[in-house]
Write a protein that binds this ligand. Structure first.
Ligand SMILES: O=P(O)(O)OC[C@H]1O[C@](O)(COP(=O)(O)O)[C@@H](O)[C@@H]1O
Ligand SMILES: [Mg+2]
Ligand SMILES: [Mg+2]
Length: 342
């Protein structure tokens, strides 16, 4: 929450410009890109807020590359974000959950590559539970020819120049980082502006909340089973048992973790041998946010943002949240790694 001293309303626009001025050589293009995403987020938020009375709920009838039935709002959000990014001619390529291949933009010389999860938490759209949008921005490597290739987009998370999410919940919140900390902006629909609500947020080092879909329990690693058992044991001193919270929209579960601390886990399982969540447009951007707020994100062994991507839609297990909680689960995974499964 902002201090009393900071009660003068600061818009996303003003904040972006202020940050840009910290870099004498800045061209203003990244600022423009963030503005583009802000505009699309306002349009999506308006549509989400009245979804029950417009014809936007339900399925579109198509299936995406993950074999998921696509929702109409998935496509609406995809179109809004892609057209907003295309307008300013600084993005050359978009990779989105709802498009199998790379989406080439009008400007093939644009210097940015943007990954999108246009609508996150699709299973919650029709039941009015918080959903989100996620974005991740890379620079395009300068090359002798301007041909756009999928391999241009296969860069590890540590190369992100910006990342963030929009949460469409009881209020609409935009969170982003360019590597200089994380700030949150709340949409004031009456003036149509995102207003700074948390500057340079730091998350708790530890939290007594764990978040995981226990439905796949039977195919979890023994170390994970032991960690969840540890979370559920009675021990007042260490704040256990923890509370279980699972919204089923990664953006919403991560936003809660950012504010309250704790851990969010989507492990590998029989149903998802490589995990369910996508490295490039879910795990990398949210890991960048969490790390910038002082947290941690791994695949159970390695730092998510150091994973070398081989496919634009690849999946990964993820353990993300407060540093102490993630270190704890890593210890359990390591300790039980060689113990035969029950
Ligand atoms: O229903 P499950 O298996 O718990 O999966 C929920 C997870 O899947 C997702 O909905 C996948 O994202 P999309 O909705 O963008 O496909 C995440 O937001 C969420 O964390
Ligand atoms: Mg998603
Ligand atoms: Mg999605």
């Amino acid at each position: 929450m902002l201090s009393k001293k900071e009660s003068r309303l600061e818009t996303l626009e003003e904040y972006i410009i202020q940050n840009q001025n910290r870099f004498p050589g800045a061209t203003g293009e990244l600022s423009q890109l963030l503005r583009d995403i802000g505009l699309a987020a306002k349009i999506i938020s308006r549509e989400v807020n009245k979804a029950g009375i417009t014809n936007i709920l339900g399925f579109d009838g198509s299936t995406n590359i993950h074999g998921e039935a696509v929702k109409k709002l998935d496509l609406f959000a995809d179109q809004q974000l892609i057209s907003a990014l295309d307008r300013s001619l600084i993005t050359c390529m978009v990779i989105s959950e709802e498009n199998d291949g790379i989406v080439r933009m009008s400007s093939k010389n644009g210097k940015y590559i943007v990954y999108l999860d246009p609508l996150d938490g699709s299973s919650n759209i029709d039941v009015n539970v918080s959903i989100g949008s996620i974005f991740s921005v890379y620079m395009r490597e300068p090359r002798y020819d301007s041909a756009l290739r999928e391999s241009d987009a296969l860069q590890p998370g540590v190369r992100q120049v910006a990342a963030g999410y929009v949460l469409y919940g009881s209020s609409t919140i935009l969170a982003y980082t360019t590597g200089l900390g994380v700030s949150l902006f709340t949409l004031d629909p009456s003036i149509g502006e995102f207003i700074l609500s948390d500057r340079m947020i730091k998350m708790p080092d530890y939290g007594n909340i764990y978040s995981i879909n226990e439905g796949s329990y039977n195919s979890w690693d023994l170390g994970l089973k032991q960690y969840i058992k540890y979370c559920q044991e009675e021990d007042q001193e260490s704040g256990r048992p923890y509370s279980a919270r699972y919204i089923g929209s990664m953006v919403a579960d991560i936003h809660r973790t950012l504010i309250k601390g704790g851990i969010f886990i989507y492990p590998h399982s029989n149903r998802y041998p490589n995990g369910k969540l996508r490295l490039m447009y879910e795990c990398n951007p949210l890991s960048f946010i969490i790390e910038q707020a002082g947290g941690m994100a791994t695949d159970g062994e390695k730092r998510i943002m150091e994973l070398e991507p081989t496919k634009i839609h690849q999946q990964t297990p993820i353990y993300i949240g407060s540093k102490k909680n993630v270190e704890d689960v890593m210890k359990f995974l390591k300790e039980y790694k060689s113990v035969p499964q029950e």
